[in-house]
Write a protein of this length. Structure first.
Length: 604
């Protein structure tokens, strides 16, 4: 077991036996992308959980680090092979690993694992990354199998997930009433002429007289490429087809013992947790490789899936998105480009800067001239597998922003003015004005929203047929991503290209920042504000008098009545804010909740 740095990659030899650790992909999809959260460990095929928005949007259930180390080898991604009728599963840990090399390659933007089995004379490589600059969040997985032998090999392969969570369930149900939750599964649907499996509940699992259909879904799709020839695969969705009586998924017994293994299309995983496997067979010539491209993601409307599959079903798409994802991250860390005698130190600087972005956010300046506004993207609370007590939120929307704690965000924004001087004194004003007379401050920062100043003037920009739809939406506050999600779902035509529309939008809005006590009011770490002032002085030493004496913008924070922004998971209960169990609200249900909020009646 050893580690080293190779070509800006952190390499772990024999990673299955290395000291266990837990980490995550950055969940950054670019300004015009929708991020997915992904956690991994150095065991088996690495990915332990992933999903959309928060733990309630899990595609593979969120688990704490100690459980991830135990479960990933069984419930994470698996690859089952029959090679000349002999069964083999790569990337598992074994008592005897003679002639087997296993490595993990970690970068700031992706994760790869490699196994070289000299006994079988096969090499396996898997690469993971999140999908950048797309209309939906997804995880990309690329499996390569190379024949190192001098003879051709006949290979039957099952590759995918033993467990995939249908869309519509929440973390409470998965953790506490998982068997009851399976009673809501009506079986896997298949969409498009390629028979793409769609994982969703039919209706929201609530004991209420109001039946609300679940419109979104999780999905799985994959295809093979051999010598640039594309081959469609068969999708298996019921784990009994693969594992039979082995309910712990330890052994794919049916795949092993059946000479002519095949899917049973009548088994669609009704009232049981489904799986997501692609099945294919190939004859692999000497020194050649086959690549299996797969994508697992979430869409907010099943109807969107047809156009998505048409778009993603090519090798070119996957390879372009792989490069694009790398560029998205590299462009962010360019701001702290470092060249020293130690490449490890250079990489450390970049990774530290990226970590700061993930907690404090990345500042961008929108609008022009007097309409300029700073907007922070990519931030989220630290809710990794070893801080599982924090409920992270990574919004699946353009210009994504999440929740954060006062102390963490202030800490990570102390150097922002050096990297983006246009923000000037904005962070100082923001954090200082959240301090109460007693020195305490609210814990939770809920990001920035916008409110239209003059609705009639703004609506004139749009076609007549779209104005009525927008009118009801823009009466409430919204994030940038919230607005674009609505525009996409309602097929509203933008009056300009997206980038120009942003500039025009800033002329019509005021920015509003929301905070929330969450677990109360705190006094720890607000001294980071002094560091904010020191950094500001480092760039604008001549502006200190104007800031402290002339602007007259500072005040003490006075805890007002709680304002409940659109789609946040807080409701009023006896006049006090409480969290909803589920954050996935159908528009009809959202309307009911909004009406009840106004009347200040109990919600739970």
């Amino acid at each position: 077991m050893k580690t080293w740095v190779e070509d800006h990659k952190f390499v772990i030899e024999d990673y299955n036996n290395f000291k266990p650790f837990a980490s995550f992909l950055p969940s950054i999809a670019g300004f015009w992308g929708k991020p997915l959260w992904v956690f991994y460990v150095n065991r088996a095929q690495a990915i332990s959980s992933f999903g959309s928005k928060d733990k309630n949007g899990a595609i593979l259930e969120f688990v704490a680090a100690n459980k991830a180390w135990r479960l990933t080898s069984l419930q994470g991604f698996r690859t089952f092979l029959k090679i000349d009728n002999n069964f083999y599963e790569p990337f598992q840990n074994r008592v005897s690993k003679d002639n087997i090399v296993q490595r993990m390659y970690i970068t700031s933007y992706d994760l790869s694992i490699v196994e070289i089995n000299n006994g079988l004379q096969l090499e396996f490589e898997i690469n993971y990354f999140t999908l950048p600059n797309e209309t939906f969040p997804a995880l990309i997985r690329i499996l390569k199998i190379k024949n190192l032998a001098n003879n051709e090999k006949e290979i039957f392969c099952l590759d995918g997930l033993p467990i995939i969570i249908p869309y519509g369930l929440n973390d409470f149900m998965l953790k506490n009433i998982s068997r009851l939750a399976e009673g809501w599964y009506s079986g896997v649907l298949f969409k498009t002429n390629k028979n793409i499996p769609v994982y969703k509940l039919a209706v929201e699992p609530q004991d209420t007289p109001e039946v609300i259909p679940v419109e979104g879904c999780n999905f799985y799709y994959g295809f093979c490429v051999n010598n640039d020839v594309k081959k469609e695969v068969e999708f298996i969705v019921d784990p009994d087809v693969v594992f039979g009586p082995f309910k712990d998924y330890s052994l794919p017994i049916n795949f092993i013992v059946e000479k002519n293994f095949k899917n049973n299309p009548n088994l669609v995983s009704k009232n049981k947790t489904p799986c997501a496997f692609g099945y294919f067979k190939i004859s692999l010539p000497s020194q050649q490789e086959i690549t299996y491209y797969s994508i697992i993601g979430n869409v907010q409307k099943v109807d969107f899936l047809d156009s998505i599959i048409q778009r993603v079903s090519s090798k070119k798409y996957f390879e372009e998105k792989k490069r694009e994802n790398e560029n998205v991250i590299k462009q962010l860390v360019e701001k702290i480009y470092t060249k020293s005698a130690k490449s490890e130190f250079d990489g450390y600087c970049e990774q530290t800067f990226l970590d700061n972005i993930l907690r404090g956010g990345f500042p961008i300046v929108l609008g022009k001239n007097e309409y300029k506004k700073t907007y922070y993207v990519y931030s989220r609370i630290h809710g990794d597998m070893e801080r599982e007590y924090n409920n992270f939120v990574i919004m699946p929307e353009y210009f994504s922003q999440g929740n954060g704690h006062y102390r963490d965000v202030a800490q990570n924004r102390r150097c922002d003015v050096f990297f983006e001087p246009q923000i000037k004194d904005e962070s100082i004003i923001y954090f200082m004005n959240l301090i109460q007379l007693d020195g305490y401050n609210p814990l939770l920062l809920m990001g920035s929203r916008f409110k239209i100043k003059n609705v009639k003037k703004f609506l004139i920009l749009f076609d007549q047929k779209d104005r009525e739809k927008l009118k009801h939406f823009i009466l409430s506050e919204f994030t940038l991503g919230d607005l674009f999600n609505f525009i996409e779902s309602e097929n509203i035509k933008l009056p300009y290209e997206k980038e120009k529309f942003l500039d025009v939008l800033m002329q019509h809005v005021e920015k509003i920042d929301h905070v929330f006590p969450q677990t109360g009011f705190w006094s720890d770490h607000w001294h980071y504000n002094i560091n904010l002032i020191e950094s500001f002085l480092g760039v604008y030493p001549d502006e200190i008098e104007n800031l402290l004496f002339n602007k007259k913008i500072f005040t003490f924070y006075d805890n007002p009545m709680i304002v409940l922004p659109r789609n946040e998971k807080y409701v009023l209960f006896n006049g006090k804010p409480r969290q909803l169990a589920s954050v996935y609200l159908h528009p009809q249900k959202q309307k009911v909740i909004e009406e009840r909020k106004e009347k200040k009646i109990n919600m739970l």
